[in-house]
Design a protein around this ligand. Structure first.
Ligand code: GMT
Length: 383
C-alpha cells in the first residue's frame, strides 16, 4: 500500500507512534510518505520505502497566525495525487484530521478517492479537544474520518462520552519493536557505569516534561528513595517543567544524583540501563514510555489513570498508585530494591507483557488489515 502519514514530528508520544508505525510498515514493503512540517525526530531520512515531504508554511506579514492547517491540506492533496496514495493516516486529531478532510474533498472534486484514518492519542481529546474553541471542529473531523482508531479502550470510551460520538472507533493499542527495545547484558555492562556505580540503583523517567507528567513527583519520590537506598536518576526529555524539576532537585539536595539528559534520540539504549521507571502522570491514555521500558525489562511505578491499567497490571508487571501519592510510590520502590527476586520477577513479567501483547509484530498487521478494509469500502463508495 501507499500510505501518507501526518503527525507532530517533534518530541511526544503521538509523533513517536506515527514514526515507528511508518518505519514498521516500510520494513514490510509498503511505501510510506511522511507529510509534516519537519522531519520526524526518530527518522534518519535514509530508510528504504520512506519518503519525507515538508509542509512549507508561508509567513506573509499579513498572517499573524500562519494557516498551517491549509498548507498541510494542500500538501496532503498534492502528495496523494503525485504519488498515488491509497490512504492518509493522521495522528492527533487537531488540526490533522481537519486538513485531511479538506484534502479528501479537494481530490474528490477531481474524481479521486483519498480515504483517511484518524488515530486519537489522548490530549487531542482529553485536553485540547474539550476546549470549547476546538470541540465542534474536532467532533466534526472525527465523525467525518473514514476510519478512527484509538490507542486504548479508555480513550475510545472517553471520546464517545465526551463528544457524544456514536460512530465505530477501533482500538489498536500502542506497540514497541521488541528486537530494538530489549536489554542486552554486554551493552548494560559497558554503559551503565556512566550513570550509576555498581552498588547503586538506577531509576529513569522519560517524558516531555509537561505538567500532566508530574515530573516534580518524580523528584519527590527519588529524593525519598535516595535517602534510603544508594541510587541515581536519569531524566530523559525536556519541556516546561524542567527548571522547576532542577530547582526541586537542588532543594532536596539530590541534584548531584540526577542526570538531566534532555531530549535523546536512542532511548532504547538508555532505558535498559535502569532498574525502575517512574511515571506518576496525572493522565495517560496509554503510557508509551512505560511500554518501551517494559520491553527493556524495566518495570514501572505508575499511576492508576486513563489507559495505564490496560498496560500495567498492578503487582504483576509493575505497580500502580493514586496520583500524587509519593509516599506510597517511595515505599514500593524501596521494597522492590530490597527484594531482588521480586524485582527480577516483575522485570521478566514486564518484558513478557510487551512481547505477548504489544509487540510490533502483533500490532502492525492490525493496522494493515484496518487500512485494507477502509480502502476497499471507500473504493466502492460513490464520490
Ligand atoms: O503526553 C504526551 O506525551 C503527548 C501525547 C502525544 O500525543 O504526543 O501523548 C499521548 O499519546 C501517547 C502515544 O499514543 C500516549 O502513550 C500517551 O499516554 C498520551 N498522553 C496522554 O494521554 C497525556
Amino acid at each position: 500500500m501507499k500510505i501518507g502519514i501526518t503527525c507532530y514530528p517533534t518530541y511526544g508520544g503521538s509523533g513517536v507512534v506515527a514514526t515507528e508505525l511508518g518505519i514498521e510498515l516500510a520494513a514490510r514493503g509498503h511505501d510510506i510518505h511522511f507529510i509534516t512540517y519537519s522531519q520526524p525526530f526518530r527518522l534518519t531520512g535514509r530508510e528504504a520505502h520512506i519518503h519525507y515531504h515538508e509542509v512549507p508554511v508561508s509567513n506573509y506579514p499579513l498572517f499573524e497566525y500562519p494557516p498551517y492547517d491549509l498548507a498541510l491540506a494542500t500538501r496532503m492533496s498534492e502528495v496523494a495525487e503525485f504519488y498515488n496514495l491509497d490512504l492518509l493516516h493522521v495522528h492527533y486529531a487537531i488540526p490533522h484530521s481537519v486538513s485531511a478532510l479538506l484534502a479528501r474533498q479537494m481530490l474528490a472534486s477531481r474524481g479521486r478517492h483519498l480515504p483517511f484514518v484518524t488515530t486519537l492519542h489522548g490530549t487531542d481529546i482529553t485536553l485540547v479537544g474539550l476546549d470549547r474553541s476546538y470541540l465542534p471542529i474536532t467532533r466534526f473531523s472525527i465523525e467525518q474520518s473514514d476510519g478512527v482508531t484509538s490507542i486504548s479502550e479508555y480513550l475510545k470510551k472517553r471520546t464517545q462520552e465526551a463528544f457524544g460520538i456514536t460512530r465505530e472507533i477501533e482500538v489498536i493499542r500502542n506497540f514497541v519493536n521488541c528486537d530494538f527495545y530489549c536489554r542486552k547484558a554486554d551493552a548494560v555492562e559497558s554503559t551503565r557505569q556512566q550513570y550509576a556505580e555498581k552498588h547503586e540503583r538506577l531509576l529513569v523517567h522519560l517524558s516531555n516534561f509537561r505538567p500532566v507528567k508530574r515530573v516534580l513527583d518524580v523528584i519527590e519520590v527519588f529524593a525519598r528513595v535516595a535517602r534510603q537506598v544508594p541510587s541515581r536518576l536519569m531524566l530523559i526529555g525536556d519541556g516546561p517543567e524542567r527548571s522547576a524539576a532542577e530547582w526541586l532537585a537542588i532543594k532536596n539536595g539530590v541534584q548531584d544524583r540526577i542526570h538531566f539528559l534532555g531530549k535523546q534520540e536512542n532511548v532504547n539504549e538508555l532505558l535498559p540501563l535502569a532498574d525502575l521507571m517512574l511515571m506518576p502522570s496525572e493522565m495517560e491514555s496509554f503510557g508509551l514510555a512505560a511500554l518501551e521500558a517494559m520491553a527493556c525489562e524495566v518495570p514501572t511505578i505508575g499511576t492508576r489513570v486513563g489507559g495505564v491499567p490496560e498496560l500495567i497490571s498492578d503487582g504483576h508487571n509493575g505497580l500502580l498508585f493514586d496520583v500524587g501519592d509519593v509516599e506510597a510510590m517511595t515505599r514500593a520502590a524501596v521494597a522492590l530494591f530490597e527484594d531482588e527476586d521480586r524485582l527480577g520477577e516483575m522485570s521478566r513479567a514486564a518484558r513478557k507483557t510487551a512481547q505477548d501483547r504489544f509487540c510490533a509484530t502483533r500490532i502492525i498487521p492490525l493496522y494493515e488489515n484496518y487500512y485494507q478494509r477502509i480502502i476497499e469500502r471507500e473504493s466502492k463508495t460513490p464520490l
